[in-house]
Design a protein around this ligand. Sequence first.
Ligand SMILES: Cc1ncc(COP(=O)(O)O)c(C=O)c1O
Length: 381
Amino acid sequence: MIYLDNAATTFPKPDSVWEAVVDCGRNSCGNPGRSGHPLAAAAAREIFAAREALAEFFNAGDSSRIVFTCNATMALNTALYGYLTDGGHVITSSMEHNSVMRPLHTLQQQGRITLTVVPCSPRGELDPDDVKRAVQADTRLVVLTHASNVCGTIFPVADVKQRLPEVPLLVDAAQTAGALPIDIVQSGIDMLAFAGHKGLLGPMGTGGLYVAPSLRLAPVMQGGTGSRSEDLAHPGFMPDALEAGTPNVPGVCGLHAGVRFLQETGVATVRAHEMSLTRLLIDGLAGHDRIRIHGPADPARQTAVVSVTINGRDPGAIARSLDRDFGIACRASLHCAPLAHQTLGTCPEGTVRLSMSYFNTLDDMQQAVRALHAIAEQEEA
Ligand SMILES: Cc1ncc(COP(=O)(O)O)c(C=O)c1O
């Protein structure tokens, strides 16, 4: 199988990731912070080491500002519901994933926030000046994806922050953590939600949220933390404030191994390889008169996510044919981002999304190009 569904979750992961999961299960799988015995202490050390590694990886400073979650969705909900307790005006874009849009829609429907959705170009590009123009006296938050999960368009999040230093910025880095360099301090990001199981190469069931020291979030969940057990009030200090319940210790160990792999390989090397794959795929598909590429169609302006349609063909049928006839795994339809497809003009059918990782090869791209050409030509016959 050629796996081109890495925007959903990366596959394969480095062997070191699964080795770390198994090693944790065998040697350090106590409940961290709950007990004083060696197994619990070993688990606490593993969690701390992973937190430190992520803080270094994102240049986040104090590692206690990073909390572990089950995925990017949980990180985004923790940020949105935890920060917007007093309501206010929120700005987002027309390229967001449902993990941003659904909580914002709910808060808006409940009358708790007002919302401006800044329209993006038909290639999914955001103009930072449009975000600035949307600001109102009571704007409390700007929420933006770092790159579209539909067509890969990279958003100028640091430019937005430069124009609006006074408004907190929440960045959805589900598609970019591990794939693009992210420097929290330099770019002025106030909250960063990330998936552990995509570009960071960790197991599913992992993710996290960085929260700047200037922000205090109300906990969405409260419960056991192992700290201040005598107190009926949930602790207000980080990371415990936003980490209730037993953490996914084996998953976090795997995530740490994924981050170690990226630190050893270098995100720049990963990015360069993924850009060559994207270039090969785009160049191979661009010349065919029945195949249309959606998004920037420029590896420098997108992640390794390429969305295509073939005139008159159903994206679901194309994906089924890629799977059945060519052994290529990808994803079709709306990719949990209906507004993004409205923006790109690909509603209601959506697109066929091919998404690469560091482990794909140039040969994978050539096979994908040949397969899509064959499907496009079959239809013509
Ligand atoms: C841009 C974006 N945001 C959020 C999510 C949700 O991530 P998770 O599946 O880790 O909850 C995804 C998942 O594909 C995504 O692409």
